[in-house]
Design a protein around this ligand. Structure first.
Ligand code: R5P
Length: 292
C-alpha cells in the first residue's frame, strides 16, 4: 500500500506544460484507431516514414518460385535487414521462428494457381488466424479490369471491414493481368479505387512516366512492388525513383531473393529507401557487401 501523504507531496501536474498531441506520421492514416496505427508503425519506420517489405509469398499461386525453393536457407538470412515480411501462414508457421521481431504482413487471399484464371480468388484465411499469428496487416490481391474484378474488390472490402473490427490494416495489392497496359493511368485508377473502398495502404508497380501522379492521387501510402528480376543497378534505380516520387517504401521479392547476392541487395535497397542513398552509391554498397 503506498503512503498516502507522501504521494500527495510527490504530485507534479506540470500545469504550465500542455499535453502533446502528435499527428500520425503516415499519409491519410490520422483518423485510424490506436491498434491500427501501432501496427502500421511496425511496418513503416516512424523515423523515415518508409518500409522495406520483403515479399516471399509467391508460392501461394506458383509453388516453389526460383529463389524461394528453401525459404529456411535462402530467406531467413535476409530477415534481419527487412522491416516487414510478406508471406503466407504456411511458410510463417513452418519456417519462420516466432522470435523474429520484424512485422508480418499475411497473404490472406488465394484459391487459384498459375494453371487457372488468377483473378478468381477468395479470402483464404480466417481473421482469427491473422489475430492468432499477431500480424500487422493482411494482404489481398485486387484485379482491377480482371475477369473477376468485382469478386476481388469485394474480397478486399470484406477484409477492411473485418480487420477494422480488430485493428488490423488491409494492404491492397494491385494485380496486373497479362494483357493490361501497365501505365500511370491504369495505376491511378486501381490504387484510387482500393483507397476509396478502404484499403489502409496499397502495393503497386512503378511506372517511369507519371508515377508521381499515382502517389499524389492516392490518399493512403503506396509501396512499390518489385516485379520481374532486373539487373541490380536498374532495380535500385527503380526503388530510388519510386520513393523520391512519393512511395512510402517498397515491397520487393524477386529483385532481392533472385539477386546474385540477396543479403547484399536487401541492404542496398534499404540504403535507398531509408537513407535516401543514390542508386550509384547503393550499387557500390551492393558490390562491396557482395565481395565481403
Ligand atoms: C505476388 O503476387 C506477390 O504479391 C508478390 O509479393 C509481389 O509480386 C511482389 O514480389 P515481386 O517483387 O517479386 O514482384
Amino acid at each position: 500500500m503506498p503512503d498516502v501523504d507522501e504521494m500527495k507531496e510527490g504530485k507534479k501536474y506540470y500545469t504550465d506544460v500542455p499535453q502533446q498531441t502528435e499527428g500520425f506520421f503516415l499519409k491519410g492514416s490520422n483518423a485510424l484507431d490506436w491498434g491500427m496505427k501501432n501496427r502500421l508503425a511496425r511496418i513503416f519506420n516512424p523515423k523515415t516514414g518508409r518500409t522495406v517489405m520483403l515479399a516471399v509469398d509467391h508460392g501461394y499461386f506458383q509453388g516453389p518460385t526460383t529463389g524461394l525453393e528453401r525459404i529456411d536457407i535462402n530467406i531467413l538470412p535476409l530477415v534481419p535487414y527487412a522491416d516487414t515480411l510478406m508471406l503466407t501462414r504456411g511458410i510463417l508457421r513452418s519456417i519462420v521462428p516466432p522470435s523474429v521481431s520484424q512485422s508480418i504482413v499475411l497473404r490472406v487471399s488465394g484459391g487459384t494457381s498459375i494453371l487457372k484464371e488468377l483473378s478468381n480468388e477468395e479470402i483464404a484465411v480466417d481473421i482469427e488466424d491473422s489475430i492468432r499469428l499477431n500480424v500487422c496487416a493482411m494482404a489481398v490481391q485486387v484485379f482491377i479490369g480482371g475477369e473477376y474484378e468485382r469478386q476481388s474488390i469485394i474480397n478486399m472490402t470484406k477484409m477492411v471491414d473485418i480487420g477494422t473490427r480488430y485493428g488490423i490494416p488491409t494492404l491492397a495489392v494491385t494485380a496486373v493481368g497479362k494483357d493490361m497496359a501497365k501505365d500511370a493511368r491504369y495505376f491511378r485508377l486501381a490504387t484510387r479505387i482500393c483507397a476509396e473502398l478502404g484499403a489502409h495502404y496499397i502495393k503497386t508497380y512503378y511506372v517511369e512516366d507519371g508515377f508521381e501522379t499515382v502517389t499524389a492521387s492516392c490518399p493512403v501510402p503506396i509501396v512499390m512492388a518489385g516485379g520481374k528480376k532486373l539487373p541490380e543497378l536498374d532495380a535500385l534505380t527503380m526503388a530510388c525513383r519510386a520513393v523520391q516520387e512519393g512511395a512510402a517504401g517498397v515491397d520487393m521479392g524477386r529483385n532481392i531473393f533472385q539477386s546474385e547476392s540477396p543479403v547484399a541487395m536487401i541492404q542496398a535497397v534499404k540504403a535507398v529507401v531509408h537513407d535516401n542513398e543514390t542508386p550509384a552509391k547503393a550499387f557500390d554498397l551492393y558490390n562491396t557487401l557482395k565481395n565481403e
